[in-house]
Design a protein around this ligand. Structure first.
Ligand code: IMP
Length: 179
């Protein structure tokens, strides 16, 4: 069942995306003047955030996609993170920006950082739209964060339960019908 009111409205999300993009733009100009940022979208959940964020970056940007899975059809992480779809371009010597939907237990982000660092990018930063700090099982945080939220299961703006609700323009709390 979806919450009647959004946890985050489309307007709140849009404003935060602009703020994040401005910070990332400023930092990137300092870190890598004139060089492109290689933005990596973690599919499927980050797809809408990624599309909005990269359009708001005032920088040269190249893109790629990766799919990791720790869930199957369940709603809590197994801690076993699998790569379902690999990157298609090498990242060595690039300035990489990983775009994540949500950091929950942290296993996915730890795994992603390890895998990408091993490929020797010039720099590696992570932006996540959401984080649930109270759920963390491993100590990891994104470099840039949209919103810190309570321990709710949320859907919309790319996030799903069983592949549903990704197309909602806002973010809502989801609970099983029998809860
Ligand atoms: P972690 O490995 O536990 O940090 O899980 C991260 C991944 O779990 C995210 O990239 C999401 O795909 C998924 N996830 C975690 N919490 C939620 C949620 O509240 N709604 C939808 N997906 C979630």
């Amino acid at each position: 069942m979806l919450s009647a009111d959004p946890l985050l409205t489309a307007e709140q999300i849009a404003q935060r995306v602009e703020e994040l993009a401005a910070r990332i733009t400023a930092d990137s100009r300092r870190l890598a003047p004139g060089e492109p940022i290689h933005a990596i979208c973690t599919l499927n959940g980050a797809v809408l955030f990624f599309a909005d964020l990269i359009r708001a970056l005032d920088l040269p940007v190249t893109i790629d996609f990766v799919t990791l899975s720790s869930y199957g059809a369940a709603t809590s992480s197994s801690g076993q993170v699998r790569t379902l779809r690999e990157l298609t371009h090498p990242i060595a010597q690039r300035h990489v920006l990983v775009v994540e939907d949500i950091v929950d237990t942290g296993h996915t982000l730890v795994r992603l950082r390890e895998t990408l660092s091993a490929q020797q990018p010039r720099s590696l930063r992570v932006v996540s739209l959401l984080s649930k700090p109270s759920r963390r099982e491993v100590a990891v945080d994104p470099d840039y964060l949209g919103f810190s939220i309570e321990d709710h299961f949320v859907v919309g703006y790319g996030l799903d339960v069983d592949q549903r609700f990704r197309n909602l323009p806002d973010i809502r709390v989801w609970s099983p019908d029998h809860a």
